[in-house]
Design a protein around this ligand. Structure first.
Ligand code: ARG
Length: 498
């Protein structure tokens, strides 16, 4: 019987899951993309701000900003449309999914209009043409001079990029390391994890000019049409918005504006790194100079605390409900709660976060931060349910029986006899859960929530330093979790006295 209700509950869960995926089968409505943006008053672009001079983080007047040629273009388009510009920064590989589920109106991320992509999205006219380069360590300059010298070597590429496809096809026997952020690839190259990175020429030049330990040269890749230039991507059928953007691009070309945009980007690059950085010295003195980026770390820590505290709070409420459901007399209710707990514990949190943001977000547009909090709370709720349940179970049956025989109702005995004793077991486990949430919630950075991990990557990209930001972040996490442990121990000690 128990098994039957579990099966029923699982069935309900899967039906719900499937119904979430149904909207993708809907027929596209008439194109109102342009008027939608105008009535919204904002143009939301998706980008992956790790790609100077196209788009990157820089400190402007003491504040973090995303700047670059693409951003200047986006600003001009927004101005032409008479709307404000909003930028969503995420991993390059999340851009197309975000466009598909309407998280962004268009993608401006140095994206090449390849034939492959044209099958799923529409592109504006090409606004810039770069080229495909290789970046290697300066010490290897003499060894690697063409892509053929890199046979069988470990090569870095950005996940989902054209460079990934190029390396797969034209460097078939090399071993590919595919990462979501270029800053991580640079770090991998500098720490000898890989021998070279395939990168767009302007971006390669920008990174190399900021790091004397690296050099770049033309990769001599064979490029099909559409693989050289970069264009703006739109969801299929976004005709009216696309046409209006193409008009802005014509003005940009006729007015020769790109040159100015690139120059401006170059200045930001110089400013934010304070000139050329020698990679060796940079790592040595990293801990001193990381102070300059304290505001990034502070912002990240703030978000991490916000996400953890609210998730544990909502998670506890959900956990209490679930544990009550698991103790209910009704088998279906019990089965539902069990199925929920098993399902959440049996799937990776990363997928849950992406599911809430992309799949559920398809039906109701939930901003990234809220999606993150919802996903982490839903996840934590399942664990907290188990903590409460095992805490209650740990109080011996005799206690309840004694209370009942004294004439206490089930509710009263729960409140005055069982629960106070259970709390002693629940409390430390709940504390552990809180600490876990602080650390594990870092997964929300993949959907662009600026938590501590996200900000660490931003600091890596603005400071062009790999190790120092990691060390700082590690210390911050430790301070957070250790002070929480101390605080919880204090209350635990108090509980033992009464
Ligand atoms: N042009 C290449 C592509 O379309 C790389 C673009 C990478 N862009 C970025 N913002 N990281 O795949």
């Amino acid at each position: 019987m128990k098994r039957k209700s579990l099966v029923t509950a699982l069935l309900i869960l899967f039906t719900a899951l499937i119904s979430f995926t149904m909207p993708s089968l809907q027929v596209a409505a008439a194109d109102t993309s342009l008027s939608d943006v105008q009535s919204k008053g904002t143009l939301t672009i998706g980008t992956s701000a790790d790609f100077p001079p196209y788009e990157f983080h820089a400190t402007v007047n003491g504040k973090d900003e995303i700047v670059g040629m693409d951003i200047s273009i986006a600003q001009k388009i927004a101005d032409d449309l008479g709307v404000t510009l909003e930028i969503q920064d995420m991993g390059f590989d999340s851009l197309l999914p975000a466009l598909e589920v309407n998280k962004v109106d268009m993608i401006l991320a140095g994206m090449s209009p390849s034939e492959e992509r044209k099958k799923s999205v529409d592109f504006s006219t090409v606004y810039y043409t770069g080229g495909q380069n290789l970046v290697v360590r300066q010490s290897d300059e003499g060894i690697y001079q063409t892509k053929d010298d890199l046979h069988g070597k470990k090569i870095g590429v950005q996940t989902g990029s054209l460079q990934e496809t190029l390396a797969q096809k034209q460097m078939p026997d090399s071993d590919l390391l595919s990462l979501s952020k270029i800053t991580d690839l640079i770090l991998a190259l500098k720490t000898n994890k890989i021998e070279a990175i395939v990168m767009e020429k302007p971006s390669a030049t920008a990174y190399v000019s900021n790091d004397t330990g690296l050099v770049t040269f033309d990769g001599a890749f064979e490029l099909a049409e559409g693989e050289q230039g970069t264009a703006i991507a739109f969801k299929k059928g976004t005709q009216t918005l696309l046409e209006s953007v193409n008009d802005s691009l014509v003005e940009i070309k006729e007015g020769n504006l790109i040159e100015g945009y690139l120059k401006e980007a170059g200045e930001h690059l110089k400013d934010s790194q304070g000139g050329t950085i020698d990679s060796e010295d940079a790592e040595d003195t990293g801990s001193n100079t990381m102070i300059n980026y304290w505001n990034y770390f502070a912002k990240g820590t703030g978000y991490t605390i916000l996400i953890s505290v609210s998730s544990v709070l909502f998670g506890s409420i959900l956990g209490i409900f679930l544990s009550l459901m698991r103790m209910a007399d009704n088998k279906v209710i019990r089965g539902l709660a069990t199925a929920y707990v098993e399902f959440v514990r049996g799937t990776p949190m990363m997928i849950q976060v992406m599911f809430i943001y992309f799949a559920v977000g398809y039906l109701v547009n939930i901003p990234a931060l809220a999606s993150g909090i919802i996903a982490v709370s839903l996840n934590s709720g399942a664990y907290i349910c188990e903590i409460i349940r095992s805490g209650l179970n740990s109080v011996s049956k005799g206690q309840a029986e004694a209370a009942r025989s004294l004439g206490m109702s089930k509710k009263l005995s729960m409140r005055y006899i069982i629960f106070p004793q259970a709390l002693k077991n629940i409390w430390p486990a709940l504390g552990n859960e809180f600490i876990t949430v602080i650390k594990e919630s870092s997964i929300v950075s993949i959907i662009g929530v600026s938590d501590l991990i996200f900000q660490t990557k931003v600091v890596t990209s603005v400071s062009y330093r790999g190790i120092a930001p990691l060390a700082v972040t590690m210390v911050i996490y430790f301070v957070l979790t250790f002070s929480l442990t101390k605080l919880l121990n204090y209350y635990e000690g108090k509980m033992n006295h009464d």
